[in-house]
Design a protein around this ligand. Structure first.
Ligand code: FES
Ligand code: FES
Length: 152
């Protein structure tokens, strides 16, 4: 059994199949960019992409990624360089405490892969699954709209 995790093929052990996906990502893979906010499927801090769809990893099991592609925030950067969407978040001051940011970036990435010219309303609709207690959302929306030129 295997899954593609951040573009690498990873073997999955049978004994891990029933584990919570969030725990597996953070504790077994040591990819701690995926955050545990509420652990009950409400806040979106644990968002990852599975086959390019945003999913709450606290509500899933490892068995849900078998033969699928999992992307965590660590997989967004390549060659130690931040992805342009991540740079856009920094450029627009869309990061304050940063706790929501990994999930927010991944949700925005999924949107822009599907729709590289979203309206502000479409951006707001997409990110409604990710709660942010700090920014007031406008800087986040601006950073996503500004990054759309990097998606073709
Ligand atoms: S930690 Fe999963 S939705 Fe909050
Ligand atoms: S930046 Fe603090 S929760 Fe979003």
């Amino acid at each position: 059994m295997q899954a593609i995790i951040n573009r690498k093929e990873i073997k999955i052990k049978k004994c891990d199949l029933d584990k919570q996906l969030l725990t597996f990502i953070r504790e077994d893979l040591n990819l701690t960019g995926t955050k545990n906010g509420c652990n009950i499927g409400v806040c979106g801090a644990c968002t990852v992409l599975i086959n390019n769809e945003p999913q709450r990893s606290c509500k899933l099991k490892v068995s849900d990624i078998i033969d699928k592609e999992l992307l965590t925030i660590e997989g967004m950067s390549e060659n130690n360089d931040l992805h342009p969407l991540q740079k856009s978040f920094l450029d627009h001051d869309a990061v304050q405490c940063g706790f929501c940011t990994p999930g927010m970036v991944l949700t925005a990435h999924a949107l822009l892969l599907k729709n590289n010219n979203p309206t502000e309303a479409e951006v707001r609709d997409a990110i409604k699954i990710n709660l942010c207690r700090c920014t007031g959302y406008q800087q986040i929306v601006d950073s996503i709209i500004s990054a759309k030129r990097f998606y073709k």
